[in-house]
Design a protein around this ligand. Structure first.
Ligand code: ATP
Ligand code: MG
Length: 141
């Protein structure tokens, strides 16, 4: 069993796609083990995306991520990191395979509906960024 972090971004929250996106995860065998809605501050968004600080799109990315509330989740399942990335589709929705979350719910690379951890190590760090041990639930049934 593996865990990964997923964020339903402000565009998808605004479009009321939360339920449809979680449904895709659940149908694919990824279980929600923690979830909360948060409206990130500029500092939190800059911290979270610190690896992209030098990229030309960093300012726009942070502005977008704080433009509205997001739904943050820890997902658990077999190969959760890779499976989640498959379900998300390519970063640019124009390149995203049919049926993927970005192909279904995103319009542009700037507003692309969903974030997912890109490695096991980043998944652990990103889950710790948002959730404490009490908020992470063991699925006992
Ligand atoms: P995320 O980290 O949000 O899950 P990702 O891992 O598919 O997305 P990254 O390369 O980590 O893509 O980029 C982080 C985010 O920055 C992307 O989701 C996208 O919103 C934005 N981004 C990436 N590349 C570009 C670009 N060339 N132009 C504009 N925005 C970009
Ligand atoms: Mg990324």
């Amino acid at each position: 069993m593996e865990r990964t972090l997923s964020i339903i971004k402000p565009d998808a929250v605004a479009n009321n796609n939360i339920g449809a996106i979680i449904n895709i995860f659940e149908q694919a065998g990824l279980a929600v083990v923690a979830a909360k809605m948060v409206h990130l501050s500029q500092m939190q968004a800059e911290d979270f995306y610190a690896i992209h600080k030098a990229r030309p799109f960093f300012g726009d990315l942070v502005r977008f991520m704080i433009s509205g509330p997001v739904l943050v989740m820890a997902l658990e399942g077999e190969d959760a990191v890779a499976r989640n990335r498959e379900l998300m589709g390519a970063t640019n929705p124009k390149d995203a395979a049919p049926g993927t979350i970005r192909s279904l719910f995103a319009k542009t690379i700037d507003e692309n509906a969903i974030h997912g951890s890109d490695s096991k190590e980043n998944a652990a760090n990103e889950i710790e960024f948002f959730f404490n041990n009490i908020e992470l639930c063991v699925r006992t049934r």
